[in-house]
Design a protein around this ligand. Structure first.
Ligand code: FE2
Length: 365
């Protein structure tokens, strides 16, 4: 029997316009707020307007740091930290996809700890991070309910996460309207990220009866939107389902961590600039084949919940949604496998994950 505890301290608020309707909750976090966003998505989604309306209605002073890059680097969050130390906010409100939300977490630490961003990976800080409010504008990252911040480190030539329990956002607002204007490619890429969190969480060695509840429910919900995801036109109900599925995926991995798909996918993103979710989508069918050797019943359950007959059908859908895999040289395959094999994510996978196993997954993907 497995010993475990469950901790998910984020208050998740679901529904249209709730950021404005429930603005009083923001006031409980303080009188000064740093808004953290990317360059365009927060504005385009309408979420930034709602956030400003909410803050203004409560008399909360705010400044905007809108310089978060895609796949933010340590240098990039360092600049956000600098802006935060000058403005001295009481809390951080992050709006966007995974990049701005993860950057918000780093900035929440750096706002009150004048350290080199490299030191974020120590996962120990003198001062507690500022409270975070997360407003996702994509349905994929799940970052609104995790304590993880994934950052790009040029020194290690990959993405690597840091985490402390205080980085669970205090509040997460799920409003499907913010995902409405996303281009289809981003909708699909991020949906693949959500699916990978649900699938990897369910196949993680750290999965328990509790995390399985979220993973199962998330997959069942995700698959209801699959038809429109394939057709390329998503009605509000499907966008809402994907957003909730994505949050369920976040809750799942906040508990189980991710596995080798993420560990390998980071190299595809770092070296080939393949969007994070798509990188996972490219690897997932082969990952299921690998898992079928170790936990066949779990793989069968996944296929059942997704309404699919077999891994072949799953593979077909992944190819349809993520497009063709890049051609990797033998040398690249060796390099990516070597990089991934020592990561926590690889170690949380089923079976004994050796470099050969990872090379095979890359080779066959
Ligand atoms: Fe992810």
């Amino acid at each position: 029997m497995q010993n475990y505890s469950f901790f998910m301290p984020t208050r998740v608020i679901h529904g249209e316009k709730e950021l404005v309707n429930q603005a009083g909750l923001l006031k409980q976090l303080g009188n000064k707020c740093l808004l953290v966003t990317g360059k365009t998505s927060a504005r385009a989604s309408g979420a930034l307007d709602d956030a400003v309306e909410a803050l203004t209605s409560q008399g909360i002073r705010y400044e905007l740091f809108d310089q978060v890059e895609n796949n933010p680097s340590l240098e990039n969050v360092g600049a956000g930290g600098e802006a935060a130390r000058q403005f001295k906010p009481d809390f951080i409100l992050g709006i966007g996809g995974g990049s701005p939300l993860d950057a918000s977490k780093a900035i929440a630490v750096l706002a009150v700890n004048d350290i080199d961003p490299e030191e974020l990976y120590r996962n120990q800080f003198d001062n507690r991070p500022l409270p975070i409010v997360a407003v996702p504008t994509t349905a994929g990252t799940g970052s609104e309910v995790t304590p993880y911040s994934v950052l790009t480190t040029r020194e290690l030539e990959t993405k690597k996460s840091f985490s402390v329990p205080e980085l669970f956002p205090r509040l997460a607002f799920l409003d499907w309207r913010y995902t409405e204007k996303l281009p289809l490619t981003i909708t699909r890429d991020t949906a693949l990220d959500a699916l990978s969190h649900l699938v990897e969480g369910y196949l993680s060695q750290r999965a328990t009866g509790t995390s399985d509840l979220f993973a199962e429910q998330g997959m069942k919900l995700w698959t209801k939107s699959l038809k429109s995801l394939r057709e390329g036109v998503l009605p509000p109900e499907d966008r809402d389902r994907l957003l909730v599925a994505s949050t369920l995926g976040g809750i799942t991995i906040s508990y189980t961590g991710t596995t080798l798909v993420h560990a390998l996918g980071y190299s595809l993103t770092y070296y080939y600039d393949i969007p994070h979710g798509r990188a996972n989508g490219l690897l997932m069918a082969e990952y299921l084949r690998y898992n079928a050797e170790h936990v066949p019943q779990r793989v069968t359950n996944i296929l059942t919940w997704l309404g699919l007959n077999d891994i072949e059908e799953f593979a077909q859908i992944m190819t349809e949604l993520s497009g063709p895999m890049v051609e990797l040289s033998a040398e690249e395959i060796k390099q990516y496998a070597a990089k991934a094999v020592t990561t926590k994510a690889a170690l949380q996978s089923q079976g004994e994950v050796t470099e050969e196993v990872l090379e095979r997954i890359l080779q066959n993907s």
